[in-house]
Every structure is written in structure tokens, then in C-alpha cells.
Design a protein around this ligand. Structure first.
Ligand code: FMN
Length: 339
């Protein structure tokens, strides 16, 4: 397949994704504006300085070990690890992924090896790779979230906890924590008490008002927000008439959801301008990352694009650097103001 590289989990990309990849180079500056100069890409996220705003998104990067075959992970701002739970989770029945126009649907079901495995193996390896770690946690009950957060207390190299609250709340009719302001407030307040690093609440776009849910998370102690998780969708195999995913519905990701993500980041940033946001959803190239920063994100996470090109993160960083240097933009704050 043209433009494809082999990766840890390479999937077929759509024609539109290929098209977007080919257009990865941001536009040249208008005549007369080009002034090359040194560029500082560093950003401060929750009190920690990252060398670039580009980080990996949870669930799309393995533990980082596989990707380290392609480049030195220190070239990323941070690695966000797959959401971990108290005990290992087996995940949902197969098939778990299906390609859709400009994106993919997944119903992995948070398969992971549990927090103890993370601490013993993945984190040790990430520490040896000297890359800052954002630890994503998940659970089906408040108690499970709290116990995972507690196990991560003092974990070396973990610069932030990202609470993936897009999980079914087994204590309340299986409705997702992040789909309800009260449930969001309850879970974030409980986790906050266990966490000594900045706590980011990862929110679902599948709500009427993401600003209302963001407000509930912030009022309950979240210091930052990760926006957005996947958009709920479904595909049907017309030969069998059955759902294409074993889990029936799944999460849509990739370029198809980017305008939804940009809108969510923009709206939440307008409502809470001082709150750090990790923006994500369909970011594939430097143009998309710059757009996300201009919408109000402090850092930008890259997910599905890694399946097409494992080097997406560093290529995006290089593209941003060129965009800024060409326009004489010296730092990320100035880039955002230039919008
Ligand atoms: C295969 C796959 C697995 C994912 N697993 C997780 C996960 O474990 N925890 C989480 O918070 N988000 C998970 N996500 C959501 C991504 O982190 C991200 O929020 C979403 O895919 C939008 O970004 P993207 O379009 O760049 O992929 C997963 C996404 C995909 C495609």
C-alpha cells in the first residue's frame, strides 16, 4: 500500500487518510513574511515542561516499547499509556476494529494487563527510555479507579494521571461516568484524593454539553482536561446483516472526528481559558496539531495516525517547527496568538 510503513499494528488506511497524509506539509507563509529563526517548541503542562506539545494518545502506542524501534521516544513531549485497570481485563469479543471513511471504529474494551504489570514492566522500561509518562487509568467502579490511582502514587516518571472516565459505571445502570455531570464530579473527587501529580479528566464527546461536564470535573479537583475520547458509532456487514464489531458499537477515531474535537477544545477553552487541555481527535499532520493549539490546547495527542505511520509524532513536531521558523514565530504561545 502506497506510503505505508510497517508498524506494531498497521491497519489499512482509507483513500482520504492517504490524501491527508500527502497534504501533511503546512502551507508556505504569505510573501514577505518569511523570517527564519530559532524555535522553542516547549510547553508547560500541569507544571511540567515538555520539549514539544506533541504526545501520544492512550491506547494507540502500546507501551511505547514497540514504537521505540522507529525513533527515540524522547523526541515526544510525553507518552500516554494504554488505560490500566486494577486487574487485567480481557477486552471485548472480536472483531474489534473496522475501517471506516477517514477513520476507524474500535471496540477493544480496554484490554490491558493491569496496574501491577504496568508498574513492574512498562513503567520501568519507559523510565529507562527517559520519556515523561502520562498514566491513563480506568475502572468500572469508583473504588476501582481509586485503588489504581493509589497504586500509582509516587510512581517515577509519571508527570500526570489521565482518568479515562468514558467507562461504564457499574454502580449506576452502566451509564458512562463522563456522560453525566454528577457521576463525573463524584469519580474525579474520589480520584483527586489519591493523586499527587496533576489530574486530567478525559472526557467523552458523546454528550449534549461537554462544557458542563468539563465544569463538573474542574470543580471536583481535575487540574486539566483531555479532549476528546472517541465518538460512538456502528458499522454493519451487509453480507451477514450483523454488526461489524464484536462489541456491536464502537468508538470512531481518526480524521473523521477532527472537527468535533476542535469544536470541543475550542468551546471548553473559551469557558475555562486557564485550564490546560490535551487536545486530540484525528490529528494526522502539523496543520492539524497547529489547529488544535489555536483552538486552545496546551498539548496535542496523536492516536490513530500512529497506526498509519508510527513516526507521526516526530514528523508533526518537525512540521510545526518549520511552520513556525518560516513565519518567524519563536514559541508556542506566540503561535497561538498569531491565530
Ligand atoms: C485502538 C484504540 C484504542 C484506544 N484505547 C484507549 C484507551 O485505552 N484509553 C483512552 O483513554 N482512550 C483510548 N483510545 C482513544 C484515543 O486515546 C483518542 O482519544 C481517540 O482515538 C481520538 O484520537 P485519534 O483520532 O487521534 O485516535 C483508543 C483509541 C483507539 C483507536
Amino acid at each position: 500500500m502506497s506510503g505505508m510503513r510497517s508498524g506494531p499494528a498497521v491497519h489499512q488506511e482509507t483513500e482520504t487518510v492517504r490524501q491527508i497524509d500527502r497534504n501533511a506539509e503546512p502551507p508556505s507563509p504569505p510573501e514577505g513574511r518569511a523570517r527564519r529563526g530559532p524555535v522553542d517548541l516547549s510547553v508547560v503542562l500541569g507544571g511540567v515542561t515538555l520539549r514539544t506539545p506533541i504526545v501520544s494518545a492512550s491506547g494507540c502506542f502500546g507501551s511505547g516499547r514497540e514504537i521505540s524501534e522507529f525513533f527515540d521516544l524522547r523526541q515526544l513531549g510525553a507518552v500516554t499509556v494504554k488505560s490500566m485497570t486494577l486487574e487485567p481485563w480481557q477486552g471485548k469479543p472480536t472483531p474489534r476494529m473496522v475501517e471506516t471513511p477517514s477513520g476507524m471504529l474500535n471496540a477493544i474494551g480496554l484490554q490491558n494487563k493491569g496496574v501491577e504489570y504496568f508498574l513492574q514492566y512498562d513503567l520501568r522500561w519507559l523510565n529507562s527510555a527517559k520519556v515523561p509518562v502520562i498514566a491513563s487509568i480506568a475502572g468500572n467502579t469508583k473504588d476501582e479507579f481509586v485503588r489504581v490511582a493509589d497504586r500509582l502514587r509516587g510512581a517515577p516518571g509519571v508527570i500526570a494521571i489521565e482518568a479515562n472516565i468514558s467507562c461504564p459505571n457499574l454502580e449506576d445502570r452502566d451509564s458512562m461516568f463522563s456522560h453525566d455531570a454528577k457521576a463525573t464530579a463524584g469519580i474525579i473527587a474520589a480520584i483527586r484524593r489519591q493523586v499527587e501529580v496533576p489530574l486530567f479528566a478525559k472526557l467523552s464527546p458523546n454528550v449534549t454539553s461537554i462544557t458542563e461536564i468539563a465544569g463538573a470535573a474542574l470543580d471536583s479537583g481535575a487540574q486539566g482536561l483531555s479532549l476528546i475520547n472517541t465518538v460512538v458509532g456502528m458499522a454493519i456487514d451487509i453480507e451477514t446483516g450483523r454488526p461489524a464489531l464484536g462489541g456491536v458499537t464502537g468508538g470512531l477515531s481518526g480524521p473523521a472526528i477532527r472537527p468535533i474535537a476542535v469544536r470541543a477544545v475550542y468551546e471548553v477553552h473559551q469557558a475555562f481559558p486557564d485550564v490546560p487541555i490535551i487536545g486530540m481527535g484525528g490529528v494526522t499532520n502539523a496543520h492539524d496539531a497547529i489547529e488544535m493549539l489555536m483552538a486552545g490546547a496546551t498539548a496535542v495527542a496523536v492516536g490513530t495516525a500512529n497506526f498509519v505511520n508510527p513516526e507521526s509524532g516526530i514528523e508533526i513536531t518537525a512540521g510545526m517547527e518549520k511552520f513556525m521558523a518560516d513565519r518567524g514565530i519563536r514559541n508556542v504561545a506566540q503561535l497561538k496568538r498569531s491565530a
